[in-house]
Design a protein around this ligand. Structure first.
Ligand code: PEP
Length: 249
C-alpha cells in the first residue's frame, strides 16, 4: 500500500500565541490537501490556542519536545499525557537542535520515543549527520547508530506507525538543501536499516521525511523520490510558502 505523505512544519521558538493563531488563519485555505497529512509542530505555549485554531481543518498539531517521565518534580518539562490531553497528535523527538544545544543523547531519546508511543502520540524521530561526518564518509554509519539506539525495545507494529525525519544538520536553516540524490540515498538507507532491524513490511510502512531547507521550489522533486514520504519544514513553514510545499505536485 502506498504510504501517505506527511508534511510537518517545525515552528521552533517562533510565534507568540497571538501570532500563532493569526498564522493558522492565514494558512488555513493554503494547506488544504487530500493527499498529505499536514502537521504544525509548535512551541509548548502555542499548543492550546493552535489546537483550537485548527479545529475543523485538515491540520493536526505536534509538539517540538516532551519529557519521558509520567509526572512529578521536573520543573519546566511537559509530559506525553499533557500533550495528548491538549489534543496533540505528533511530537518531534531528537531534533538536531535538541541533540546539540540541550545535549539530548540517544538513551534519553529512546525513553522519549517509548513514552510518546505509550501515550498514543506519534513520534517524528529526527536523525542526521554533520557536515564533518558527511565529509568523512560516515553518514550512514552515524544514522544507523542513531536509529538503532533510539528504537531499542520499540516493536515492529509501533515502528510501522512512526515518522522518521532525515535532516542533515548542514542543511537545516542554512538554505543549503541536500541534493535529491543525497536525500533519497539516506532515506533509502534508513528504510534498509529498518528492514534489517525488523522486516520488509515494517520498512515498507514507516514514513520517512526529508528536512533541511525544504522550500516551495525544491519540494516537488524531493517528495517525488521513492523513499521520501514528505518533509519536516522549518523556516518555510512560517509563511504562505508552506501551502505551496503541502500542495507540491
Ligand atoms: C528543521 O528545523 O527541522 C528544518 C528542517 O529547518 P529548515 O527547513 O529551516 O532548514
Amino acid at each position: 500500500m502506498a504510504r501517505r505523505k506527511i508534511i510537518a512544519g517545525n515552528w521552533k521558538m517562533n510565534m507568540t500565541p497571538s501570532e500563532a493563531v493569526k498564522l493558522c488563519a492565514e494558512l488555513k485555505d493554503l494547506v488544504k490537501s487530500d493527499d498529505a497529512d499536514v502537521v504544525y509542530c509548535v512551541p509548548a505555549i502555542d499548543i492550546v490556542p493552535v489546537v483550537e485554531a485548527v479545529k475543523g481543518t485538515n491540520v493536526e498539531v505536534g509538539a517540538e519536545n516532551m519529557y519521558f517521565e509520567e509526572k512529578g518534580a521536573y520543573t519546566g518539562e511537559i509530559s506525553a499525557a499533557m500533550l495528548k490531553d491538549a489534543g496533540v497528535k505528533y511530537v518531534i523527538i531528537g531534533h538536531s537542535e535538541r541533540r546539540d544545544y540541550f545535549k539530548e543523547e540517544d538513551a534519553l531519546l529512546n525513553k522519549k520515543v517509548k513514552k510518546a508511543i505509550e501515550a498514543g502520540l506519534t513520534p517524528i524521530l529526527c536523525c542526521g549527520e554533520s557536515l564533518e561526518q558527511r565529509e568523512m564518509g560516515v553518514t550512514m554509519d552515524w544514522i544507523r547508530l542513531q536509529i538503532k539506539s533510539d528504537l531499542v525495545d520499540v516493536t515492529a507494529d509501533q515502528v510501522k506507525e512512526l515518522v522518521i525525519a532525515y535532516e542533515p544538520i548542514w542543511a537545516i536553516g542554512t538554505g543549503k538543501t541536500a541534493t535529491t540524490e543525497q536525500a533519497q540515498e539516506v532515506c533509502k538507507g534508513i528504510r534498509d536499516c529498518i528492514a534489517e532491524m525488523y522486516d520488509d513490511a515494517t520498512a515498507a510502512a514507516v514514513r520517512i521525511q526529508y528536512g533541511g531547507s525544504v522550500n516551495a521550489r525544491n519540494a516537488a522533486e524531493l517528495f517525488a523520490q521513492p523513499d521520501i514520504d514528505g518533509g519536516l519544514v522549518g523556516g518555510a513553514s512560517l509563511k504562505a510558502d508552506f501551502g505551496k510545499i503541502v500542495n507540491y505536485k
